[in-house]
Ligand binder design. Sequence first.
Ligand code: HEC
Ligand code: HEC
Length: 462
Amino acid sequence: MPTPARTRVLPLTLGIGIALLVGCANDDTPTAPVATGASRVSDMHSAAVAQEIRSLAAGRGIGPLERPAPVRPELVRLGQALAFDKILSGNLDISCMTCHLPAFGTGDGRSLSIGQGGTGIGPTRTHPTGAFIPRNAPPAFNLSALEPFFWDGRVVVDEQGHFLTPARQRVNPRITRAFEFGALSALPLFPVLSREEMRAESGNELAKVSDKQAQQVWHLLMERLGRFREYRRMFEAAYPGTRYAEMNFGHASNAISGFLVDRLAFNDSPWDRFLAGDDDALSEVQLRGARNFLTARCSICHNGPALTDNLFHNVAVAQLGPGKGDGASATDDFGRMRETGRPEDRYAFRTPPLRNVELTAPYGHDGAFSDLREFIAHYSESDLKLHAFDASALEPALQGTLLRNFDDILATRDPLLDGVVFDDVTIDEVTEFMKALTDPAARDLSAIAPAAVPSGLPVDGR
Ligand code: HEC
Ligand code: HEC
């Protein structure tokens, strides 16, 4: 006798239920769902569970984060002074660290940064013309584990060792001969060129230089710095055997990178202690969160020791702010497509690393979310969440800038997010796990700011 239809229908219905909960699995996706009430292990602290989580992590290459090789102290000291010195800005009113503040996890606590011409620091900073930088200032933690740099990856070294940057052939061997930290050594060359971030439209000798003449801006900056005996002394101590007159802004850029790499490496979070064998380093909730994170799709993109694949994905984050001049409104930001020209890269941004993520709100390439839990919740039915995005949580000046291009964004959303649905408890647990990625030493970064800088200008972040 054939099986009654009823008993065949039942498993099918169950199957649909599970598919809704975890989305359709593809080859690379473990079929294990984001954990649900039913599959939760009662005693998460058992050694077996700890072992299971460690082996899931290993399967994603999520191992301990190596500390970078020590950097010579003279180079770190020079880089620290330069990073905090407003002398690098056209009108002497902003330093690198004004947007990468020690008190805000090396970001600025803002959805979008406010550049030169602004006053105040962090969330209370304002600009007389209401100008915003188009993107969120990412943290400067663990930079030796990242590359390419910037949200769209526009600074990178290719396989032949060529520096691919917005300044193209102007980042030539004369500039790169001082470089010791790969693509990162090139990064500080760019904020000083940007009129919005540091150089300004007028009011100083750097502003007068045409945008095409990056070399000239860098040259004038070295002239400025060379007027301070203290800087000449610090440069020559940082690069023994080279006279200041023989150096160029590549040396300054490399020193800033050396400072960031050396002073902002953090690899002693509860998660690191757990990986090293301490079964009790994570709370029970964090263990559940870790397991969810590792069995769900999160860790397909957020993998490796720094929890980033260093690749680009569109995870359906709403677009706001002045944008990068893209789209019909010119207020859109096509992200990675700006670099590759490939339509499928539209709205893709580099996967951010997640270490110390608890300390680096707001989140996303444009700071669309000020709350960590909210960003994680966004992944569940991200298509519906995007359509329902609530701009009223943003600062008033940004609320009216939300682009309603939701369907365009969803057209290139990463297929890994198709069908992803999870419940509130799972969101709570994963959020708690994120907090296990915080190195306690990163909670108070006040020691990275120098007491004073050679120019004598005020130091933001003290
Ligand atoms: C006006 C605010 C502002 C200033 C000043 C500024 N930054 Fe940034 N920084 C940002 C923003 C915004 C981004 C992201 C830009 C993007 O991806 O397009 C960024 C990106 C970075 C990154 C990339 C991190 C990553 O994950 O790829 C580093 C490193 C960095 N800045 C260091 C510096 C240094 C060094 C200086 C000084 C030479 C500097 N910044 C000056 C706002 C600022
Ligand atoms: C398809 C790849 C992908 C998957 C899957 C993914 N992420 Fe992300 N994640 C990204 C990208 C890319 C961004 C930045 C997006 C943007 O700003 O537009 C991001 C941003 C974040 C942020 C904000 C970090 C910051 O500094 O701004 C958090 C937190 C985060 N993801 C956690 C998770 C969690 C938890 C999961 C699983 C539920 C997950 N991600 C799944 C790629 C991914």
